[in-house]
Design a protein around this ligand. Structure first.
Ligand code: NDP
Length: 401
């Protein structure tokens, strides 16, 4: 870092989650570069209290009102000066605040859309982990990035890898189109999750604990289940199309069980560039935080000798019907991805609450996509109404099982 670089203030939306905790770990390694401005969560006030005592942000925001009261009491008891705010408006406020330069968007699910959009509309450097925001409202979101001169950098390890493999002279990842970069296609790698080799008949009876036990990555519950169904890879395909201005048929999903290659880019001259590293989200987080510079992340050096082999195969759609549903929604476009995303959120929550079986997640999504009309997502109001309607239909589908 140059000695004149000023310290950047960072808001972390979703600070108590897996990405939030990894982000705080990276920030704590660089107090000369970054300070924590605001930390937010939904309701886990005890975790947020510990983070506030350690990082001293100006604001802490909880979505849930009673949790916010408990946090305020605890911080005052501990003599911590962090101001506690509550609710969705407060999330947007700390994302768009004048004193903030960088926003880590790491709320899980559709709840992340509005605060992330608030950061974009305030022209911030936005580090995007919340892929659901882009899946729900990709056109409106990417337009807002351009209109407000925000800088959008991908945190998803695959998209961060793709970004690292693309020509490195763009202001952010929203390139003009793959072709103008000389890129023929994107190879989006996927581990295949915990059930890559499980006998198909056994998938009916897998438990939430088994679905959340990812072989390579430690993540929040929702994305862990999405990885087990491979709907996550479908969301990532849609995310890649928006971020890199690609068509769905230019994104090939490749099973790579070791999760050492985080994705690849094939150029028109036949060159294939890959980004490799240990499966630890602190690498993409550090990369996006410091881009275009590089900083230490705390991630161990990749032992390529111990890695020994890298395997690749095509996805099995009988095993992973959710991936096919996402590919179809990507091709159908309009509000199909919004409906897919909302139906999946309700189905995954029902699976985690043991209300439906693992193999019924894809059935819920199929049913909701069949029942709901798609339309052009030309306003945020329409996207939100579509999302709400898909959730209602998903609840009624689940109730009828
Ligand atoms: P977690 O479930 O671990 O954390 C989610 C965070 O969002 C928590 O801080 C949670 O607060 C907060 N939150 C949940 N609901 C709301 C709400 N309604 N309003 C405000 N805050 C809310 O998720 P992850 O960290 O695993 O994932 C976060 C995002 O990053 C997801 O979109 C995921 O797809 C993406 N991502 C994650 C990766 C990973 O390795 N984990 C990799 C790539 C992408 P509370 O603790 O109070 O519940």
């Amino acid at each position: 870092m140059s000695p004149n670089t000023t310290v950047q203030s960072v808001t972390i939306l979703g600070a108590t989650g897996s990405i939030g905790v990894s982000t705080l770990d990276v920030l704590a390694r660089h107090p000369d570069r970054y300070s924590v401005f605001a930390l937010t969560a939904d309701r886990r006030w005890q975790v947020l209290a510990t983070q506030c005592l350690q990082h001293n942000p100006r604001y802490a925001v909880l979505n849930d009102e009673s949790s916010a009261l408990l946090l305020a009491q605890e911080l005052s008891r501990q003599g911590c000066k962090t101001e506690v705010l509550q609710g969705a408006d407060a999330l947007a406020q700390v994302a768009a605040h004048n004193d903030v330069q960088v926003v880590m968007a790491a709320i899980v699910g559709a709840a992340g859309l509005l605060p992330t959009l608030a950061a974009v509309e305030a022209g911030k450097k936005v580090l995007l982990a919340n892929k659901e925001a882009l899946v729900m409202a990709g056109g409106l979101f990417t337009k807002a990035v351009k209109d407000h001169d925000a800088i959008l950098l991908p945190i998803d390890s695959e998209h961060n890898a793709i970004f690292q493999c693309l020509p490195n002279h763009r202001p952010d990842c929203l390139v003009q189109g793959l072709q103008s970069s000389g890129v023929r296609k994107i190879l989006l790698t996927a581990s295949g999750g915990p059930f890559r080799n499980t006998p198909l008949a056994d998938l009916r009876s897998v438990t939430p604990e088994q679905a959340c036990a990812h072989p390579n990555w430690s993540m929040g519950q929702k994305i862990s289940v999405d990885s087990a169904t491979m709907l996550n890879k479908g969301l990532e395909l849609i995310e890649a199309c928006w971020l890199f201005n690609a068509r769905p048929d230019q994104v090939q999903v490749v099973i790579h069980p070791q999760s050492v290659i985080h994705s690849m880019v094939e150029y028109v001259d036949g060159s294939v560039l890959a980004q490799l590293g240990n499966p630890d989200m602190r690498t993409p987080i550090a990369h996006a935080l410091a881009w275009p510079e590089r900083i230490v992340s705390g991630v161990a050096s990749l032992d390529i000798i111990a890695t020994a082999r890298l395997d690749f195969s095509a996805p099995d759609y009988e095993r992973f019907p959710c991936l096919k549903l996402a590919q179809q929604a990507a091709a159908r476009a309009a509000t199909a991805p919004t409906i897919l995303n909302a139906a999946n959120e309700i189905a995954v929550a029902a699976f985690l609450q043991r209300k439906i079986r693992f193999d019924q997640i894809s059935q819920v999504i199929t049913s909701v996509l069949d029942k709901q009309e798609v339309s052009e997502p030309d306003s945020l109001e329409l996207v939100i109404a579509t999302d709400l309607k898909a959730r209602q239909i998903a609840h009624s589908v689940i109730a009828a099982f």
